[in-house]
Write a protein that binds this ligand. Structure first.
Ligand SMILES: Nc1ncnc2c1ncn2[C@@H]1O[C@H](COP(=O)(O)OP(=O)(O)OP(=O)(O)O)[C@@H](O)[C@H]1O
Length: 241
């Protein structure tokens, strides 16, 4: 079943077209990795997907989008702000109700953030902040996960663990990332962008690392960014330079 379809659509900002004549169909139930070097148009495409999917999709933005002076609890709670009445939100933000606290405690524990609910985000490591941003997206409780480099600030082993949780919690996911091995091994479909054009769109099982690396002018430097020892596709992966 199609999740959404682009039929020769120009995407961009005002009069500036970034993705000209985009034709693309995304299916429900797919795990899609969006690849491409900086400036290729991944965020622009994700923003439009997000706009079209509205409340069906949880959103984890590039750079986390957290409020540093507020606690982990408050930042995660923001994932449900628009679900509740203003008064409920005010109460839960000023003096958290037990249910809200417990729900956020559970979602943060799942991501290895136990014991940090009261800590201001400004006092967390980059990897912890990344996980808070993912927790906030989980707290939105949507079927679809949209992420703009949600695995950028964590080590390879954590990236794998987080991706596993993201995919377990959502029936569909569309994620921009730069870890090519993860893309090959843990996604159904890979879409590669270059200069605003879709130059690669295929099932992950049909692709090689070399093909993904070729999306980048500095091909080769991105090889080997995923953790060792998880591959049942080593032969294919070894085709990378
Ligand atoms: N708000 C904006 N207004 C105008 N142009 C923009 C805006 N955001 C991005 N662009 C331009 O659109 C093009 C694609 O940017 P985009 O952020 O979609 O790329 P990206 O693939 O997500 O890059 P990165 O990996 O660095 O996040 C770039 O040329 C960029 O300068």
């Amino acid at each position: 079943m199609p999740l959404l379809t682009f039929d020769s659509v120009d995407l961009g900002y005002g009069t500036q077209v970034v993705l000209p004549g985009l034709t693309l169909s995304l299916e429900a139930g797919e795990r899609v990795a969006l690849l491409g070097q900086s400036g290729a148009g991944k965020s622009t495409l994700l923003a439009e997907i997000r706009r079209r999917l509205g409340n069906a999709a949880a959103w984890c933005p590039q750079g986390h989008g957290l409020v540093p002076l507020l606690s982990v609890y408050h930042n995660v709670y923001m994932g449900q702000l628009e679900r509740h009445a203003a008064l409920t939100n005010l109460v839960n933000l000023l003096k958290p109700r037990r249910e809200a606290w417990q729900a956020i405690d559970a979602v943060t524990r799942e991501l290895g953030l136990e014991g940090l609910l009261r800590r201001p985000v400004a006092q967390l490591s980059g990897g912890q902040r990344q996980r808070v941003a993912i927790a906030r997206a989980f707290f939105q409780g949507r079927e679809i996960f949209l992420g703009d480099e949600p695995l950028a600030s964590v080590d390879p082993h954590q990236a794998l663990r987080l991706l596993d949780r993201i995919q377990a919690r959502h029936t569909s996911s569309i994620i921009a990332l730069h870890q090519h091995r993860l893309a090959l091994e843990y996604f159904d479909r890979i879409i590669g962008l270059r200069d605003g054009h879709v130059v690669l769109d295929a099932p992950a099982r049909e692709l090689t690392l070399a093909q993904l690396d070729a999306l980048y002018p500095d091909a080769g430097k991105n090889a080997g960014t995923s953790p060792p020892g998880h591959s049942d596709r080593e032969a294919r992966l070894e085709t990378s330079p």
